[in-house]
Design a protein around this ligand. Structure first.
Ligand code: GDP
Length: 460
C-alpha cells in the first residue's frame, strides 16, 4: 500500500525561482519534517496546529542548507487528506535539489507523478472529475479551458452527476420493491411515476451530454479548414486568425501546397486550423493532390471558412469551389468575403442561396474578425451555457460514460413501455448507475485511475 508511505517532491516548476516548495505528505510527514526543519526557540513543527506557517532553518543532518517557511496541515484538513508539511526554500535548482535530498534522507520516499492528487482522490478529498480538473487547470493554455476546468474542479459537474445518481437510486429501489413484493404497496414510486421519472431522467442526461459540443470546442478544438480558390486571401485570413505569420502569403497562385495545421483561439473556442492549397481543378499534379486533399479535408472538417475575394466579381473558379463543396451544410460554413479594404464589388447572391453566415472581412486591416469571433462563439457556446457557471462535459471519457448511461435509461424506458417485467428494467438501470459511477469516478477501474494520474507530473 504505497499510499500510506510518506512521500515528498518539489511542487513548484523546475528551474530558478524566488522560492520553491517541497511538499511532504503521509503519516510520517511531521517526523520527517522535524528532522530537517528547525525553528528558533526549540519548538518543533509537530507541536504546531494545522494551518500555521513558521520561519526556520533547513538542515541535512547537521549541515545547514537554507532557511525558509514551513506550512503545516493536519489530516484530514490538507490537500491530500493526510498530514502535510510544505517547506518553502530559496528557489535555486541546486538548492531545491539539496533540500529535497535532505527530506528524502530524513525518511520520505520520492513521490510519483500525480501522487499528491491521487492521494487526495483516494482519501475522498476530490472526485475523479475534480482530480482530472486539477490536471486540466495545470495544463490549461487558454482562458476558456481555464474557466472550464476551474468550474469542474469546484465540483459543478460532480454535483450534476451526483444528482442523477441519487435520482436513479430512488428509481431502482422502487423497481426492486415492485419485483420483491409485487403484492404489497412498498415501492416509493408507482409504475407510472417510474415511467415519468425515467423520461425526465433521460432528458437530464441528454442535456448534460449536449454540453459536450461546447466542452469539446473549448477544450479540444474544432477541426477547421480555410478554403477558397487561389489568391482570395486564405493564407492571409489564416495568419490573421493565428495572429502571426505562419503560412507564407504570396502573389503567386498555388504556393501553399502543403497542409498546415495550427491551434488558434477565437473567443473561447479553440480551432484546430488547417490551411489548404487553393481548391481548383488543375492539370498540375502537385496542385491536384493539394485540391483533393483540401476537398477531403473539408469533408472531415467540422467547420469551414470559405473565403472569397470581395474586391472582384465572382470568378468561374469560385463557382467551381461552390460546386465542389456543395456537400457542406450551411451550419458548418462561415463565408468570409475578404479584401473589404479594397471595396466590395462581389455579388453574393449565389453564395447567399446556400450559406447563412456571411461576413465581410479584411485580412489586411483585421476588420470583421471580431464579428467572426462572435459568430464562432455563438455557434459553440450558445443558449444558456456560460463557461465557468454551467456544468459542462469536456472530456471524452465522461462523455462516453454519459452516453452509455443515457442509452441504458432509454432501454429501461422502452422495456417498461413494452410491458417487460420489472427485473428487465432493473438490469438496464443498474447498467446506467454503473456508467454514471464511472463518469464521476466512484466506480472506476484501477487502470483508468492510473491512466488519469499518469497525466500529472511529479510534485502535483
Ligand atoms: P491564397 O492563395 O488564397 O492563400 O491568398 P493569399 O493569402 O496568398 O493572398 C493573395 C494576395 O491577396 C496577397 O497579395 C495578399 O497580400 C492579398 N490579400 C489577402 N487578403 C487581403 C485583404 O484583406 N486585403 C488586401 N488588400 N489584400 C489582401
Amino acid at each position: 500500500m504505497t499510499h500510506n508511505k510518506t512521500v515528498a517532491a518539489v511542487s513548484t516548476p523546475h528551474g530558478k525561482g524566488g522560492i520553491a516548495v517541497i511538499r511532504i505528505s503521509g503519516d510520517d510527514a511531521f517526523r520527517v519534517a522535524d528532522k530537517c526543519f528547525r525553528l528558533s526557540g526549540g519548538k518543533s513543527l509537530s507541536s504546531l496546529s494545522g494551518g500555521s506557517a513558521v520561519y526556520g532553518r533547513i538542515y541535512d543532518g547537521d549541515e545547514l542548507l537554507d532557511d525558509g517557511i514551513a506550512t503545516v496541515f493536519r489530516a484530514p484538513r490538507s490537500f491530500t487528506g493526510e498530514d502535510v508539511v510544505e517547506i518553502a526554500c530559496h528557489g535555486g535548482i541546486l538548492n531545491t535539489r539539496n533540500v529535497l535530498g535532505a527530506v528524502l534522507s530524513a525518511g520520505a520516499y520520492p513521490a510519483g507523478p500525480g501522487e499528491f492528487t491521487r492521494r487526495a482522490f483516494i482519501s475522498g478529498k476530490l472526485s475523479l472529475t475534480a482530480a482530472e480538473a486539477v490536471a486540466d487547470i495545470i495544463d490549461a493554455d487558454t482562458e476558456g479551458k481555464l474557466k472550464l476546468s476551474r468550474s469542474a474542479a469546484s465540483g459543478k459537474l460532480s454535483e450534476k452527476i451526483n444528482e442523477l445518481y441519487s435520482e436513479i437510486l430512488t428509481l431502482i429501489s422502487s423497481v426492486y420493491a415492485i419485483i420483491d413484493y409485487p403484492e404489497e404497496d412498498l415501492a416509493e414510486l408507482s409504475v407510472d411515476e417510474i415511467r415519468l421519472g425515467l423520461a425526465s431522467y433521460g432528458e437530464k442526461i441528454d442535456a448534460l451530454i449536449s454540453t459536450y459540443r461546447t466542452g469539446r470546442a473549448v477544450a479540444d478544438g474544432i477541426e477547421t479548414t480555410v478554403l477558397g480558390r487561389p489568391n482570395v486571401g486564405k493564407s492571409a485570413v489564416y495568419n490573421r486568425i493565428l495572429g502571426e505569420d505562419r503560412a507564407i502569403v504570396t502573389d503567386i497562385e498555388g504556393t501553399t501546397r502543403d497542409l498546415l495545421y495550427d491551434r488558434a483561439v477565437l473567443g473561447d473556442v479553440t480551432l484546430n486550423l488547417c490551411d489548404t492549397a487553393g481548391l481548383r481543378e488543375s492539370s498540375d499534379t502537385v496542385e491536384k493532390i493539394g485540391i483533393e486533399r483540401a476537398a477531403d479535408r473539408a469533408r472531415r472538417s467540422e467547420l469551414v471558412f470559405l473565403v472569397f475575394d470581395g474586391s472582384s466579381p465572382l470568378a468561374d473558379e469560385d463557382r467551381e469551389v461552390l460546386d465542389t463543396l456543395s456537400f457542406l451544410d450551411s451550419d458548418r460554413v462561415i463565408v468570409l468575403i475578404n479584401k473589404k479594404d479594397l471595396g466590395i464589388v462581389l455579388d453574393v447572391g449565389l453564395i447567399k442561396e446556400k450559406y447563412d453566415n456571411i461576413i465581410e472581412v479584411s485580412a489586411v486591416t483585421g476588420e470583421g474578425f471580431d464579428l467572426l469571433s462572435d459568430t464562432v462563439s455563438k455557434m459553440y457556446i450558445g443558449g444558456d451555457i456560460s463557461l465557468g457557471d454551467t456544468a459542462i462535459v469536456y472530456n471524452a471519457r465522461q462523455y462516453a460514460s454519459l452516453k452509455t448511461a443515457g442509452e441504458c435509461v432509454s432501454r429501461a424506458a422502452n422495456a417498461l413501455e413494452n410491458g417487460f417485467p420489472p427485473d428487465v428494467v432493473s438490469v438496464d438501470l443498474e447498467s446506467a448507475m454503473a456508467a454514471l459511477g464511472e463518469c464521476d469516478g466512484r466506480a472506476v477501474g484501477e487502470d483508468i485511475v492510473r491512466d488519469i494520474f499518469s497525466r500529472f507530473c511529479v510534485g502535483k
